[in-house]
Write a protein that binds this ligand. Structure first.
Ligand code: ATP
Length: 691
């Protein structure tokens, strides 16, 4: 009905020119846009709305136009005018539809807020009730209705578990107004279910009247389990938010999952740890809708513990290898695939086998790579610093793996999405930097025509935490906002590259997500998630840098220097050396608190399958092999434990020291055969799996 008006053909117009005897005078009503010709007319067509309808102008216009169109005997000009009026009415309706959609979204948002308020009210109420209570709240209903419903709030009970630490609930000394209001709404003497036919309004008055005589629950009784009364839990209203049966079911589910999780340790192996963790995740996600944070806390603590063990068993520096397909151009040029790929191994040439946490062949999808890495987003949310690297020669697929394409999103956008899906009660912000020729550029700030910024970025280490002075960090409320920051950084990178005459593969780009978790107004943990797209590592000879092109030579030397520094740091950590050479390059300084220590890292070594790149590929694989042996500490990055042992920047607490000793005792033994060498060696580079 509201689509674009169909054009009237001349023959149809001619047919309609002569008036029909059945035509009524009211069909000749003046035509026009809303508020013009139709204004003040008493004529009402079949589509007219009653006076007082929400959009009278629009509907009058549609009505007049359609009446005229359906009536014989109008002149061509009048019919054309009718068509115009219809078009105008259609447009007006579309605008109204857009407004209605916006209004609907607004109401949905309000509805969500109400839901949050209801949850908050429940939390306030729980310490005050002993028996199942009832409270009248505006129920969360579809936006178009305005029915008030009675909501049943189930009582707070403790987890039926000896292992679960009872959570102390503080009683407000002088209840604030909202709490007093809520208490006045609670009642243990509400009418039974048979009275459910009574209106919500009468229930309100009954509740309020009886509540006055109900004394507040003494706080001393709150630690005791409430007696479960079958009749007391009956709700007066329509919607039951939480029943005792539900409550018990979820608590049982949680307690079973906790029972299973508590005895699990790293000695049980990856599969057992993962199963126990997944069971907890499932129980927590099911219980989240009905149980309070306090009730979920013991399960969440176990979930965090198991998640961390699982990550450590998978390797605190996880190394994956991804081999891209040969391009059409390479195939046409007669290039052949030189790599032999298995699920976890890669054979460069007969006998030279590298083993990694995962090897993704040319047919692997972005989703497969993400599935193997998504846990790290949870680690970042749990307070651990995380770094995701993509490393390899130019054109090996680093950018594709890290950012992907709009159709095939890479690791960074997928992990950002994951962060926001899993995040609750965290603040998130993002920054983006480019490291070119040992100079840091803030990609969220403008640069001048020479590629300079004022003030220049400075690096400093503050209590074991790396601080980039002058760096812009932008807050993000959603994954889309974070990706928008990231996208802006990428655009600025192109501008900077132009100003500095840099090829994209000659610099490192670091996008960082900062996560702050707060509980009760206090910072619980802060962590960073770095996405590092490292510049390509090539030999000068291979990329045919001309002797006169000193800029290109410097770029290549600088990039190789930075990658060598990264290799040295990784090797020093793997060998558990006292001195870790973070200071040798800005890249390693920048990543100091996100490499080693308590941090977790994922290195994706990207490879070209081409025979002609085999030497560079082997060198990339050797760095990755060194990386695989990094052993980290076990405490998350809370403000209390921000000093990193491996950074040598602070004294070790006795507790941390004990933890370290335990972890290091389980470390993979050193093996000199993995020493870094630019020359391709021919032995087998396989490593025992950490699990
Ligand atoms: N796994 C893959 N599947 C399909 N195409 C890929 C894959 N990896 C890379 N490519 C394609 O190969 C080409 C080179 O990849 P990409 O630009 O990501 O390499 P790079 O290592 O980032 O290069 P540089 O160092 O120059 O930035 C691109 O056209 C990309 O789309």
């Amino acid at each position: 009905m509201f689509g674009p008006p169909s054009p009237l053909s001349k023959s149809r117009l001619r047919q309609r020119r002569s008036p029909s005897p059945s035509q009524t005078p009211r069909a000749r009503a003046p035509l026009g846009l809303p508020g013009k010709g139709c204004e003040g007319s008493d004529e009402r067509g079949p589509m007219d709305l009653e006076p007082g309808a929400s959009r009278p102008g629009v509907f009058r216009s549609i009505s007049a136009a359609s009446t005229a169109q359906s009536t014989m005997g109008l002149s061509e000009a009048e019919l054309m005018s009718a068509a115009d009026a219809l078009a105008a009415a259609t447009q007006a309706m579309q605008q109204e539809t857009a407004k209605a959609t916006a209004a609907r979204q607004h109401l949905e948002e309000q509805s969500r807020r109400l839901e949050a308020q209801l949850a908050f009210a429940n939390q306030l109420l729980q310490p005050l009730v002993q028996q199942p209570k009832h409270v009248l709240m505006p129920a969360v209903v579809p936006w178009s209705t305005s029915i008030r419903q009675t909501v049943h709030i189930a009582p707070l009970r403790q987890l039926p578990l000896a292992k679960v630490v009872p959570v102390a609930v503080s009683t407000p000394r002088s209840p604030t107004t909202p709490k007093a209001d809520l208490r006045s709404l609670t009642s243990s003497t509400l009418p039974p279910a048979s009275a459910s036919a009574t209106s919500a309004a009468s229930a309100t008055s009954a509740t309020s009247a009886t509540s006055a005589s109900t004394p507040p629950t003494p706080s001393s009784n709150r630690s005791l389990p409430s007696p479960v009364s079958k009749t007391a839990g009956v709700s007066v209203g329509v919607q039951t938010v939480q029943s005792e049966a539900q409550d018990t079911k979820f608590l049982q589910l949680l307690s079973q999952a906790i029972d299973l999780a508590v005895p699990i340790s790293d000695a049980d192996g990856v599969t057992a740890v993962k199963e126990a963790r997944d069971r907890l995740i499932e129980a927590i996600s099911q219980g989240r809708a009905v149980l309070s944070q306090e009730q979920l806390a013991p399960a969440d603590a176990q979930r965090k513990r198991l998640h961390n063990i699982y990550q450590d068993l998978k390797g605190q520096l996880r190394v994956y290898c991804r081999v891209r397909p040969l391009s059409a151009k390479e195939r046409q040029g007669g290039e052949i695939e030189a790599l032999n790929i298995d699920r976890s191994t890669l054979e460069v040439k007969p006998g030279d086998v590298f083993e990694f946490g995962g090897v993704f062949g040319p047919s692997s999808s972005q989703e497969e790579v993400f599935q193997e890495s998504r846990d790290l987003a949870q680690s970042a949310l749990d307070g651990h610093n995380v770094t995701v690297f993509c490393y390899g020669i130019t054109g090996a697929g680093k950018t594709y793996t890290m950012y992907g394409t709009p159709q095939e999103k890479g690791l960074a956008p997928r992990m950002m999405q994951e962060l926001f899906e899993a995040a609750e009660g965290v603040r998130v912000s993002g920054s983006m930097m480019e490291l070119y020729n040992n100079c840091l550029v803030d990609l969220l700030r403008p640069i001048d025509w020479q590629g300079r910024q004022n003030p220049a970025l400075g690096l400093k280490l503050d209590k074991g935490k790396v601080q980039v002075e002058g760096l812009v960090k932008e807050a993000a409320e959603s994954a889309e906002e974070l990706q928008e920051i990231f996208q802006r950084g990428l655009e600025q990178r192109a501008v900077a590259a132009h100003a500095m005459n840099v090829q994209s593969s000659r610099s490192h780009v670091v996008f960082t997500v900062y996560i702050t978790r707060e509980t009760g107004g206090e910072i619980e943990s802060t962590s960073k998630l770095h996405f590092c797209d490292l510049g390509g590592c090539e030999r000068l000879k291979k990329i045919e840098v001309k002797s006169w092109d000193t800029d290109r030579q410097l770029e290549t030397i600088e990039i190789n220097k930075s990658l060598a520094a990264l290799g040295d740091v990784i090797e020093a950590i793997a060998r558990r050396k006292k001195y870790i050479p973070y200071r040798n390059h800005k890249l390693t300084q920048l990543l100091q608190d996100a490499l080693g220590g308590t941090a977790k890292a994922l290195m994706c070594v990207n490879c070209s399958p081409a025979q002609s790149s085999i030497r560079e590929t082997a060198n990339s694989l050797k760095l990755a092999n060194r990386a695989k042996r990094v052993v980290n500490q076990v405490e998350p990055q809370t403000p209390r434990t921000s000093r990193s042992i491996s950074s040598g920047s602070g004294k070790t607490s006795p507790r941390l020291h004990r933890c370290c000793k335990q972890v290091l005792a389980q470390a993979v033994p050193e093996s000199p055969q993995f020493a870094w060498s630019p020359i391709f060696d021919t032995h087998t580079h396989t490593m025992p799996r950490s699990s």
